[in-house]
Design a protein around this ligand. Sequence first.
Ligand code: NAD
Length: 378
Amino acid sequence: MAMQRATGAMVRACASSFSSGYLARHFHASSGDTKKIVGVFYKANKYASKNPNFLGCVENALGIRDWLESQGHQYIVTDDKEGPNCELEKHIPDLHVLISTPFNPAYVTAERIKKAKNLQLLLRAGIGSDHIDLKAAAAAGLTVAEVTGSNVVSVAEDELMRILILMRNFVPGHQQIINGEWNVAGIAHRAYDLEGKTVGTVGAGRIGRLLLQRLKPFGHDRLQMEQELEEEIGAKHMENLNEMVTKCDVIVINTPLTEKTRGMFNKEMIGRMKKGVLIVNNARAAIMERQAVVEAAESGHIGGYSGDVWDPQPAPKDHPWRYMPNQAMTPHISGTTIDAQLRYAAGTKDMLDRFFKGEDFPAQNYIVKDGEIAPQYV
Ligand SMILES: NC(=O)c1ccc[n+]([C@@H]2O[C@H](COP(=O)([O-])OP(=O)(O)OC[C@H]3O[C@@H](n4cnc5c(N)ncnc54)[C@H](O)[C@@H]3O)[C@@H](O)[C@H]2O)c1
C-alpha cells in the first residue's frame, strides 16, 4: 500500500486575504432570537417511512423539526435547489441558517451569498464544503461548518467494496445473471485477487487511514515504510504523487476538492499510471478531468473506475461516466448509510444548539470561521 498526502503544512487563509470585503456578520443567535433555517436534502418519497432512522431525506429533515419549531424557529426543507425559480432561491434573501448535505448539494455561490443578507451559518450535514464559495463566505463573515468524521467509516467501507468489485470484474458478471447469460470466460479473463497488489490512497486523512487499516488483512508487497505507519497500517508514505501513481495497481482518491486538487487527475497524470489501473473516487468528481477519464476507460488504460461522486449532482442523464466501459458508478451514496445519517443528524443538531446558545462548535468542524478558511480547503 502507498499513500500520498499534501507536502508540508497547508497554508491558512487569513482574514487579511479578504480584508477589503471582510464583514463579520453577527454569528451567534442572541437568546430569544428566532431564526429561519432552510435545509436542502434529497427526497425519499415512498422510502421515507420505511425506516424510522432514515433521517437524511426531505421528509424526515434530520429529525429536528419538532425540536426547532418548539423553540419558535422556522424550518423549511426542500430538494429544489437549482435555477432562479427554485424553492431555495425564494428563501435566500431572509434565511439565517442553510443546512445542506453532499448528496443533493445546495450550491452556495458568491451571488447567493450576496443576496442572503441575513445569512450567518452554513452547515454541512456530512463532510465536504466544496459546494460553497468559501472565499466569498469568509469575506462575508459567515461561519461554515461540517460534521467532521460523521461518515468516514461509511466511506472507507464503501471504498473497500468498490476496490473488490473492480478487481473481481463483478459488475459484468452480475449483469450476465440478470440478462440470462452464463459466460465465465467473459468475466474471468480480467478478474484478480487483491492480495499482493499495490493500493495507493491520494490523501491519508480520516477516510484514507481507515481504508488503509481495512486493507491490511488482504496482504500486500511491503516496500520501504515509515516505522510508525508500518506498525499501524503497513503503508509507505510517498511525498511525490507523480512517482506514486506509477507503482499502484489501485488508486483511491481521498482528498478534499480544493483549488489545488481540482483537475489533479488530468490526461498527463492518468498517462503516468500503470496500464489497467483501477481507480476508486468517492472524494469529489472534479478532482478528475471528466473527459480524460472517459478516454482512458475507452482505451483500456484505466481498467476500472468506480465512485459515487459526480460533477454536477445529480448527474445529468447524458453524463459520459454513465456510459463509459468498465465502470461501477453509483449515485452519491457512500456517506449516507443509516448509521451515517444518525451521526450527521446528531452532529448538526448539536451545532444548531450551540449556535442558539452562543457556544463554539467542536474545533475540527469549522471550515470558515472569523474570515479564515480551514487549512484542508486552502
Ligand atoms: N462520497 C461521500 O459520501 C463522502 C463522504 C465524506 C467525505 N467525502 C470526501 O472525502 C474527502 C476527505 O474526507 P476526510 O474526512 O478523510 O478528510 P480529512 O480532512 O480527514 O483528510 C483529507 C486529507 O487529504 C489531504 N490532502 C489535501 N490536499 C491534498 C493534496 N493536494 N494532495 C494530497 N493530499 C491532500 C489532507 O492533508 C488530509 O490528510 C472530503 O473532503 C469529501 O470531499 C466523501
